[in-house]
Design a protein around this ligand. Structure first.
Ligand code: GDP
Ligand code: IMO
Ligand code: MG
Length: 435
């Protein structure tokens, strides 16, 4: 049975750790949207890996990693990342497939990203993601397959540079200069390093009999269609992006299991509405205990209580079968823990996540309060060691969102987790009676 793992919040939920640990049971691991804006952290015996473009499952030597067509690929960073991991003794290029239909991120996409940020801040990662998708949908994008024909590639880059130069100068009154030869030569040098990995990945995925894990990047609330638009990323980072991103028909996923990863609280990097944000010492404490600093940009993450209105939105729209709850250990020792169960906007109570930014910005969270637990849950691996008050908290979450919390992650390390509900075999270990 294939498995889809998605971020159920605003990204950085701990997807990397979960994908890594579950990859031991899968033969193929696929990234299918976003690009190097992702930062997926894995800790193995104290050694830290942060993956940006490679599927996280590549760290297991038995897997095949796929960079599918919906990704936007910065070859410069990809080659650097591959070499870094190969430098740690893990082979990559003999197990990596890169879609010939994936679009490229080139240096001028990053220039445009920085320029657009100056004119209206989203708080992007400045990795050129928005502009790469912008040119893709404007039908001016350049794809991996275009690198096979040097002359064609040259003329595509030249046309792109003319367009970007005009845009910068005429629309934004900013100087722009980039040499076609430099961009082309560098891209071709990088292509030489990985060209044997390039293939039609959707045909590969359609034809393989191997088990597949699909690794979402970012999170549902950053999805360009169902997230907090315009404070989102430029791809469909919810389940909506699976079919277009992989090049597989929607019915391919009908038998798959869908798990959403959520922290036991909420974080967000960059601008945009965040109803449960704590701009006080409690928020600071969560940031320090949870080491909430971006894996890609190092920026401090905004922190707040768990927003169950937003999480239920993610459960419904992704069709999640269960939640993997991470970082509960960060809440160890808190006197009081809160969860948001509805929003007050003006005189109205909202139980569903509104589309309008205007409403979201005014949303006041309505909280349910829990007594905290004193025991440490850090690194525990047995359900019996979960304090009763922590279990009450978990049980409330699953009842509220309507699907079970199937797994609890208890530290950054690969082997520190507890299955609470075995969705795959219908077994239940924890005390909840949800499934
Ligand atoms: P991703 O983008 O969803 O893969 O998440 P990031 O890697 O950006 O951020 C998650 C951070 O939380 C990383 O530093 C992980 O090592 C860490 N982490 C993951 N699970 C746990 C957990 O259960 N407890 C603690 N304390 N840290 C965790
Ligand atoms: P992972 O996969 C958290 C955020 C940025 C910004 C917005 C748009 O590690 O969970 P972009 O560079 O994509 O145009 O930025 O999206 N963002 C993320 N936040 N985790 C991520 O990825 C993110 N990728 C993008 O901070 O607010
Ligand atoms: Mg991350």
């Amino acid at each position: 049975m294939n498995l889809v793992i998605l971020g159920a919040q605003w990204g950085d939920e701990g997807k990397g750790k979960i994908v890594d640990l579950l990859s031991s049971e899968y033969e193929v691991v696929v990234r299918y949207q976003g690009g190097s804006n992702a930062g997926h952290t894995v800790m193995v015996n104290g050694q830290k890996f942060i993956l940006h473009l490679l599927p996280t499952g590549i760290l297991h030597s038995h897997t095949i990693g796929v960079i599918a067509q919906g990704m936007v690929v910065d070859l410069e960073l990809l080659v650097e990342e591959i070499k870094q991991i190969e430098g740690k003794g893990i082979s990559v290029r003999d197990r990596l497939l890169i879609s010939d239909r994936a679009h490229l991120v080139l240096p001028y996409h990053k220039t445009l990203d920085a320029l657009l940020e100056k004119k209206g801040k989203i708080g992007t990662t400045l990795r050129g993601i928005g502009p790469a998708y912008m040119l893709k949908y404007a039908r001016k994008g350049i794809r991996v397959c275009d690198l096979w024909d040097k002359d064609r590639f040259y003329s595509l880059v030249r046309d792109n540079l003319e367009f970007v130069e005009e845009l910068c100068k005429k629309v934004y009154c900013e100087a722009f200069e980039m040499k076609v030869d430099e961009v082309v030569d560098r891209a071709l040098e990088n292509f030489e390093e990985i060209k044997h990995c390039v293939t039609d990945t959707s045909s590969y995925l359609l034809n393989t009999k191997k088990s597949i894990l699909f690794e979402g990047a970012q999170g549902t609330l950053l999805d360009v269609d169902i997230g907090t638009y315009p404070y989102v990323t430029s791809s469909n980072s919810s389940a909506l992006g699976l079919s277009a991103g992989t090049g597989l028909p929607p019915k391919f996923f009908s038998g798959a299991k869908f798990l959403g990863v959520s922290k036991a609280y909420t974080t967000r990097v960059g601008e945009g509405p965040f109803p449960t944000e704590l701009k006080d010492e409690v928020g600071d404490l969560i940031r320090e205990k949870g080491k909430e600093y971006g894996a890609t940009t190092g920026r401090p993450r905004r922190c707040g209580w768990l927003d169950l209105v937003a999480l239920r939105h993610a459960v419904k729209l992704n069709g999640l079968d269960g939640i993997v709850l991470t970082k509960l250990d960060v809440l160890d020792g808190f006197e009081e823990i809160k969860v948001c169960t509805a929003y007050k906007i003006g005189n109205e109570t909202f139980e569903n996540f509104p589309a309008s930014l205007f409403l979201l910005e005014k949303a006041q969270p309505i909280y349910k309060s829990f007594e905290g637990w004193k025991e440490s849950t850090y690194g525990i691996t047995s359900a019996e060691d979960i304090p009763e008050k922590a279990m009450n908290y978990i049980n409330f979450i699953e009842r509220f969102v309507g699907v079970p919390v199937v797994m609890l992650s208890t530290s950054p390390e690969r082997d520190k987790y507890i299955w609470l509900s075995e969705v795959f075999h219908g077994k239940r270990v924890g005390s909840s009676n949800i499934c």
